[in-house]
Design a protein around this ligand. Structure first.
Ligand SMILES: Nc1nc2c(ncn2[C@@H]2O[C@H](COP(=O)(O)OP(=O)(O)OP(=O)(O)O)[C@@H](O)[C@H]2O)c(=O)[nH]1
Ligand SMILES: [Mg+2]
Length: 220
């Protein structure tokens, strides 16, 4: 699939082209922040990737940047344990932040607690955070643990957008139904963008659309 096959209807074609160029240009790993005091200075816009463990956050970051090994992925939930920062553009235009997943029951309790505090404190307190992408597995749709997370974002007035992942694992008819149901729910959340983006990192579906959506969040 070419990078421009799946632009959303109504997407600004100039922004889409800027997004395509940025995401195919220099993108560099900046740092891994295990605690808030290790965050970079808040001087650039940030876009964060959140969602349950194993939902495909790191894979989506790799698909967006078209670089396989940029963010570490794993079949074992809980791979990402810090806030991982990536610098997009030279000169720097914005930063992507790959976050630890939530809702991972098998990790030791104190580890889970540590991630939760890190993620929640980051999301609530970060002035330069322009938007959080909340990833939801297309096979499962929104679960209660996701709803709790969305409510936390609503309360903190963090602008967010829901992204369905792993669309290649679902039949087209089921995917349409889950897309509609997820959008209906998104519209009830005050801080949510009303449109949900459907993606597959495996097949490249929705990736160009998401690149444009990221840049839109940075530029508005
Ligand atoms: N079929 C399919 N599998 C995917 C897709 N995206 C991710 N996966 C698989 O899902 C598993 C988890 O992917 P990750 O990207 O590591 O998930 P994560 O959300 O970063 O996980 P944590 O860092 O543990 O929270 C890996 O085995 C990926 O290969 C997709 O679009 N399609
Ligand atoms: Mg990860």
């Amino acid at each position: 699939m070419s990078d421009r096959d799946d632009l959303a209807p109504g997407a600004d074609p100039e922004r889409a082209e800027r997004a395509r160029k940025l995401f195919s240009g220099p993108i560099n790993f900046l740092k891994s922040a295990p605690a808030l005091q290790h965050l970079p200075n808040p001087t650039m816009p940030e876009i964060a990737f959140a969602g349950r463990s194993n939902v495909g956050k790191s894979s989506l970051l790799n698909a967006l940047t078209n670089r396989n090994g940029l963010a570490r992925t794993s079949v074992t939930p809980g791979r990402t344990q810090e806030l991982n920062y990536f610098d997009v553009g030279e000169p720097l235009v914005f930063r992507l932040v790959d976050m630890p997943g939530y809702g991972f029951a098998k990790a030791p309790k104190d580890v889970v607690k540590k991630w939760r505090f890190l993620v929640n404190d980051y999301l609530r307190g970060r002035q330069v955070l322009k938007r959080t992408l909340v990833l939801i597995d297309s096979r499962h749709g929104l679960k209660d643990v996701d709803r709790e997370f969305l409510e936390m974002l609503d309360t903190a007035a963090v602008s967010y957008r829901i992204v369905l992942t792993k669309a290649d694992k679902v039949k087209a008819s089921d995917l349409a139904a889950i897309h509609a149901a997820t959008e209906a729910e998104a519209r009830k959340h005050p801080a949510a963008h009303p449109e949900v983006i459907v993606t597959s990192s495996e097949k490249g579906l929705g990736i160009a659309e998401l690149r444009t959506a990221v840049l839109e969040a940075v530029e508005v």
